[in-house]
Design a protein around this ligand. Structure first.
Ligand code: PMP
Length: 405
């Protein structure tokens, strides 16, 4: 679909920012929502609102059916073997915490190791760090080279008899590197190590097939793939889920309760205590269907063309440093303007040109430190971006340079 036709499906693009249409290049932080997702939210609350799995009345049956169907849609989206391998969570962050506390905690002894990479988002560092502190385990971190590619030998060396889990990002939200995850997972499995994949930035830019990758766990957030905030997916192999302890407890996840003993429901309900985000799951399913429809090879080629145009334009700007030059790059570019703070670039682009980008450490401080930085500017694309958005960014950067350089 032509990006301008696609934009017409997103009400937010009807909005003016400081008298101009918005050039939204902050898609790695969150994507905008198409009308069909907004309508699904409205429809749910206006026509079917009820709690799930509890009442016999018609509205509850409709809400329950829609919630179950959403799980099926999410399973199909990731090619999971069964919908029971899908747990609805608040987002990737909650999914990672769930695996940390329900899966790994019971398997850790002092001296055990959790393997991460230098390219992780804080949400795939801090939960493991806390868990390590509580159990006497420690973190090992696979390094990257100057381009941002993982050091395979370092990975081989740090994957050890003591490794209990390898948790890594598929595509880095800070520099856009896509790791060769199928190969990494196969190697970890050869050592008997389960793998958690943070797919927040890969899911919006290409098919992700959990069976093909053979991931043990995978998380993504709905809001980065045209869905609402507050809903995300944890995929886990059934054998893992069946062996895991509850994460939170309360109603909805139990079969039988006495004051002496509680029998839990099977997965995935065992991991969804309390009233779930019913509408969020339904709207996410709508978003995933929408995404499947628009994510054609031509749409991915369009994203790639935008990234190439951006890289080319940035390379022609004097005093501009692009952060990393990975073998495979997906969806975004991070850069710095010599002598100008990233936050000033961000603010001026917004004020002068209505260009929305992100500045800061991108919740990846260890990786930024590796590049000798505390912050960078990040531009990230989606299918609805146009070459005009890229040109507005590049022109905006020239203006920033003239004003502050
Ligand atoms: N991992 C990556 C790679 C991300 O980009 C993000 C969001 N920036 C997260 C994890 C956390 O996602 P959320 O805040 O939606 O839980």
């Amino acid at each position: 679909m032509d990006p301008n036709t696609l934009r017409a499906l997103f009400p937010i693009f009807e909005r003016q920012v400081r008298g101009q249409s918005i050039a939204y290049l902050d898609n790695a932080a969150t994507t905008h929502k198409p009308r069909c997702v907004l309508e699904a939210i409205q429809r749910h609350y206006a026509e079917h609102n009820a709690n799930v799995h509890r009442a016999a009345h018609l509205l509850s049956q409709e809400a329950s059916l829609a919630y179950d169907a959403a799980r099926k849609t999410a399973a199909g989206f990731l090619n999971a073997a069964s919908p029971s391998e899908i747990v609805f969570v608040r987002g990737a962050t909650e999914g990672i915490n769930l695996v940390a506390y329900s899966f790994l905690r019971a398997r850790l002894a002092p001296g055990d190791e959790i393997l991460l990479t230098l390219t992780e988002h804080h949400s795939n560092i801090v939960p493991w760090q806390l868990l390590a502190q509580q159990t006497g385990a420690c973190l090992q971190v696979v390094g990257v080279d100057a381009q941002g590619d993982l050091l395979w030998e370092d990975f081989e060396q740090k994957l050890s008899q003591k490794t209990r889990l390898f948790a890594l990002v598929h595509v880095s939200n800070a520099i856009g590197v896509r790791h060769p995850v199928k190969k990494l997972i196969a190697r970890a499995h050869a050592q008997g190590v389960p793998v958690l994949l943070d797919a927040c930035q890969s899911v919006p830019h290409g098919p992700v097939d959990v069976q093909d990758l053979d991931a043990d766990f995978l998380v993504f957030s709905g809001h980065k793939v045209f869905g609402p905030t507050g809903i995300g997916v944890l995929y886990a192999k059934k054998a893992h889920l069946d062996a895991m302890l509850p994460y939170q407890s309360g109603g909805g996840m139990v079969e039988h309760v006495t004051f002496e003993h509680t029998r839990f429901r099977p997965a995935p309900e065992r991991f969804e205590a309390g009233t779930p985000n019913i509408c969020g799951a339904i709207a996410l399913a709508e978003a995933l269907r929408f995404y499947k429809q628009i994510a054609t090879p031509a749409a991915f080629a369009h994203e790639e063309a935008l990234i190439q145009a951006l890289l080319e334009g940035l390379r022609s700007l004097p005093g501009l440093r692009i952060i990393g030059n990975p073998r495979e790059r997906v969806g975004l570019v991070s850069f710095c303007l010599e002598g100008i703070h990233a936050h000033d670039v961000d603010t001026l682009l917004d004020h002068q040109s209505a260009v929305a980008i992100r500045s800061g450490h991108h919740c990846a401080q260890p990786l930024m430190r590796h590049f000798g930085l505390t912050s960078s500017v990040r531009a990230s694309v989606s299918f609805y971006n146009t070459l005009e958005d890229i040109h507005r960014l590049l022109e905006g950067l020239l203006k920033v340079r003239m004003r502050l350089g």
